[in-house]
Design a protein around this ligand. Structure first.
Ligand SMILES: CC[C@H](O)CC(=O)C(=O)O
Ligand code: MN
Length: 336
């Protein structure tokens, strides 16, 4: 049995889907999942970027059906467990059952940070199906800590094994992560998890703060292949935790090799903090909105930063992607 002080979930095959326009192929997923499995990564998330059922005009169509991608990942994993993300209202119970039937063993049920109550049915179903279950509270920067605790308690009482604080916009500052994790740790009995985005270059620092405060589940994306500026870079996280004598059970060299040889060629260009991703963190906007905003900026001939800042002011949340085009068109009209 491998000793793990910190349990890492690799999200490049789900969160990274936003960064490449949901274009994963079976071959890519198989190669990445096999290498992650050989590197001893315990959990690998595979789904459309917006979770099961996300393939649509609104969120972007998947090049390959996600159920085929899930099967492909399951078929090459010997020790790793394949997980799926599900946002109630986008994914359905039928899709969760199908994914479980194909071999998915981890269900991560995600809601906006004020809407944990909509996760009850899905968390309970995942538990009935015998899946390990995570409650995933997105856009955690948008509410004060007391509200986050209240919502996390709901997920705990529905049966989640772990509750995640999700910094979807990469907007949280280290002291805000500290306060949130500490409060959850004090008031919940279940495991606490943390999911970061690197838009303000704080993903690693915030993840370490979360771990110091007692989070035992954290997410990473190899080569930073996630939405916006990506997530905490998994191979870097593994090496930092190793230096801190916190075991992840993951083979560092294998992780580095797969980042370089298998994942880097999937990226059109290396992940970096661009003006677009920086603005996501600065304005507090969903990381998955980046490519949509850049496309709208191009179409309406406006600056994508103006679109994102306006979306931040309007406190737009996941599922309101249609607002991106509305805002772009309003800005274009104003500039005439
Ligand atoms: C739209 C779902 C989203 O990408 C989930 C996630 O990873 C996050 O909120 O950061
Ligand atoms: Mn994310």
């Amino acid at each position: 049995m491998v000793k793990r002080d910190v349990t890492v979930t690799e999200v490049a095959l789900r969160d990274g889907s936003h960064a490449i326009g949901h274009s994963y192929t079976i071959d890519q997923v198989q190669k990445v999942a096999k290498a992650l499995d050989e590197a001893n990564v315990p959990y690998i998330e595979v789904s459309h970027g917006d979770g099961l059922g996300g393939s649509s005009l609104q969120y972007g169509r998947s090049k390959t059906n996600e159920m085929e991608l899930i099967s492909a990942a399951v078929s090459v994993c010997k020790q790793a467990r394949v997980g799926v993300l599900l946002l109630p209202g986008i994914g359905t119970v039928e899709e969760l059952k199908e994914a479980e039937n194909l071999g998915a063993r981890l269900a991560r049920i995600a809601t906006h940070v004020t809407e944990a109550d909509v996760s009850k049915q899905h968390i309970q179903l995942a538990k009935e199906l015998g899946m390990e279950t995570v409650g995933f509270l997105m856009m955690a920067h948008m509410v004060p800590t007391e509200k986050l605790v209240e919502q996390a308690k709901l997920m705990e009482c529905y049966g989640a094994d772990t509750v995640y604080i999700v910094d979807s916009a990469g907007a949280l500052l280290p002291h805000e992560v500290k306060e949130r994790v500490k409060a959850l740790k004090n008031q919940l009995k279940v495991n606490i998890g943390f999911h970061a985005h690197n838009n303000l270059s704080l993903a690693m620092a915030n993840t370490l703060v979360a771990i110091e405060e007692g989070a035992t589940w954290v997410d990473g994306s190899v080569r930073c292949l996630g939405a916006g500026a990506g997530n905490t870079q998994t191979e870097v996280l593994v090496s930092v935790l190793d230096r801190m004598n916190r075991s992840t059970g993951i083979d560092l060299y294998k992780m580095m090799d797969l980042a370089e040889e298998i994942v880097a060629p999937i990226l059109e260009k290396p992940q970096e903090i661009t003006k677009g991703s920086l603005i996501l963190g600065y304005a507090g906007v969903y990381s998955s909105f980046l490519l949509h905003a850049e496309r709208a900026a191009h179409k309406f001939n406006v600056d994508s930063r103006d679109i994102l800042v306006e979306l931040g002011k309007r406190r737009v949340v996941g599922g309101q992607e249609d607002m991106i085009v509305d805002v772009a068109s309003e800005l274009a009209k104003k500039s005439i």
